[in-house]
Design a protein around this ligand. Structure first.
Ligand SMILES: C[S@@+](CC[C@H](N)C(=O)[O-])C[C@H]1O[C@@H](n2cnc3c(N)ncnc32)[C@H](O)[C@@H]1O
Length: 236
């Protein structure tokens, strides 16, 4: 069994290894939480160990948060470190992932350091699907590297070392390596995301935060756009 203390320590190590790849990640997370502002229903897409969910709940304890991810090991860490958060294991690359959600509509769908896992066409489709789970006027925001020039990543074994470390824990060893998803390492510029979100039927697409090659792109779900049709029910 994984204790809350162990899970929090593992999550902190995760954050440290992720900062090797995304040095302003903490600032990006803060910019996402700023967008929420008041307690709301939030879906953290590809939320991993729950880094963003934890920062959200630290600031807005009344928020209702769902963390979705494919990796059972990362979700086990999120579960142990974030009691009360709803966890969903689903593959964002396959049709029907929205059916696994515990709610039909969210006020916010946030995602951090994850959309680069999807290639262009799957990401365009995912943006349409995200619009389908947002309440009218709901907000989607994606924080990631969105460089104007091709990404150059310094070689680092931080990722591999972290995974090897958690595989040594008896509660996690059986989960590691089990469907963790492969990354497309697709890092288009901000303008690509803006165009794709508009094409998915979002309105008021903007960039509330930028630092070096990292950015937050934010879009509002406008009812009646060309995206995925969805329920006309009012937000809960
Ligand atoms: C670099 S990690 C970022 C995790 C988290 N958002 C964070 O910032 O700590 C990328 C995440 O995307 C998840 N992921 C990759 N492909 C996925 C897929 N097809 N469906 C769901 N999650 C996926 C991975 O399991 C991993 O948690």
């Amino acid at each position: 069994m994984l204790t809350k203390e162990e899970a929090l320590a593992i999550q902190a190590e995760w954050d440290r290894q992720q900062e090797v790849y995304l040095p302003c990640r903490e600032e990006a997370a803060s910019a996402l939480v700023d967008l929420v502002g008041a307690p709301a229903r939030v879906l953290d897409l590809a939320g991993g160990t729950g880094t963003l969910a934890r920062r959200l709940l630290d600031r807005l304890p009344g928020a209702e948060v769902t963390v979705l991810d494919l990796s059972p090991a990362l979700l086990a860490i999120a579960e142990a470190s974030l009691p009360g958060v709803e966890l969903v294991r689903a593959d964002l690359g396959s049709a029907g992932w929205t059916e696994a959600l515990p709610h039909k509509e969210y006020d916010f769908v946030l995602t951090m350091t994850a959309m680069h896992c999807f290639a262009a066409e799957p990401l365009r489709r995912l943006y349409r699907e995200v619009r389908g789970v947002l309440a009218p006027g709901g907000v989607f925001a994606n924080a990631d590297r969105m460089p104007d020039a091709p990404v150059r990543t310094e070689p680092s074994d931080a990722w591999a070392r972290w995974w090897a470390g958690i595989a040594a824990h008896p509660a996690l060893e059986a989960l590691v390596g089990h469907q963790n998803g492969a990354s497309a390492d697709f890092y288009p510029p901000v303008s690509w995301h803006v165009d794709a979100l508009r094409a998915a039927g979002f309105a008021e697409v903007g960039t509330p935060w930028r630092r070096h090659d990292q950015a937050v792109v934010r879009a509002i779900s406008s009812p009646g756009g060309p995206g995925t049709p969805r329920s006309s029910a009012p937000p809960a």
